[in-house]
Write a protein that binds this ligand. Structure first.
Ligand SMILES: Nc1ncnc2c1ncn2[C@@H]1O[C@H](COP(=O)(O)OP(=O)(O)O)[C@@H](O)[C@H]1O
Ligand SMILES: [Mg+2]
Length: 256
């Protein structure tokens, strides 16, 4: 038993706290099942690695600041036939992140833009990819504050460092001159360096008005769309689905 305590002490010293927890049970299992030395060693190390991966995923998920949790599996593609399901599945492999491509989700409110962005984010997190999620409004307010306090460069890193940045709800509120400039700076900084998933209810043609400056808007779009997959969702709001079915609410855009 003194040998057991010694091994325990070493594991503790090395900070392998989950291996410590499982040591006793795994030793017993090794004896009972006649496991080889290498099998036992792997059992013990796997207990530690699994726990660490779980913890890392939890930390990364917290840091990502997702507004809610919705997976791609929960997305009903049959309700939204304008979405190329195969493309979404391909994006879920995360190959686009290694190619630093962007994903632009366009469409009216309620068609699942944010849901798809979050679903892809969860997939990215589970593959060990760092993610940060923000609405455009919160992002610009945050950068504006940092600019006023003379710490823009440092604050910008929050949005540059993650492998995947999600910018949600571009278009609901117009940007003033300073806001548009900060937006341009961010898009330039990430250009060919890190992927962006962006959602918007506005077509690209309306971005000039949105940013209050057509030249700046085309400079942003130029970079954003250089390597990008655009998913244009033309359908009904999922939020109104049940009301549409019962005829309580008639969509102005369809004959449902
Ligand atoms: N095709 C879908 N299948 C399942 N849930 C959906 C679908 N489309 C939208 N939803 C749900 O409807 C709500 C609104 O979707 P959301 O992604 O926020 O819309 P958008 O960002 O386009 O305004 C969310 O709760 C979302 O999970
Ligand atoms: Mg949304």
């Amino acid at each position: 038993m003194i040998e057991f305590e010694k091994a325990r002490g070493h594991l503790e010293e090395l900070g392998l706290s989950n291996a410590v927890v499982y040591l006793d049970a795994l030793l017993e299992k090794a004896q009972r099942e006649n496991r080889t030395y290498i099998d036992f060693l792997n059992d013990l190390l796997e207990a530690e690695v699994a726990e660490r991966q779980k913890r890392n995923m939890e930390v990364r998920t917290k840091l990502a600041r997702l507004p809610y949790r919705k997976t791609l599996a929960e997305f009903d593609f049959s309700f939204q036939p304008s979405i190329d399901e195969k493309l979404v599945k391909e994006l879920a492999t995360m190959a686009f992140i290694y190619r630093t491509e962007n994903v632009i989700l366009l469409g009216p409110p309620g068609v699942g833009k944010t849901h798809l962005a979050i679903g892809l984010a969860i997939e990215a997190l589970s593959q060990g990819i760092s993610v940060y999620f923000s609405s455009l409004t919160r992002l610009i307010d945050d950068l504006r504050k940092a600019y006023d306090e003379n710490r823009l460069e440092k604050r910008m890193r929050i949005y540059i460092r993650p492998k995947l940045l999600i910018i949600d709800e571009v278009g609901y509120l117009p940007l003033d001159n300073k806001g548009a400039n900060l937006f341009f700076q961010l898009i330039s900084a990430r250009y060919e360096r890190g992927s962006i998933i962006l959602t918007s209810n506005k077509g690209f043609g309306e971005w000039g008005e949105l940013m209050g400056d057509p030249v700046l808007a085309s400079a942003v779009l130029d970079r954003l769309l250089h390597h990008a997959h655009t998913i244009n969702i033309r359908g009904n709001s999922y939020r109104l689905k049940d009301r549409l079915r019962t005829g309580f609410y008639a969509s102005p855009h369809s004959n449902v």
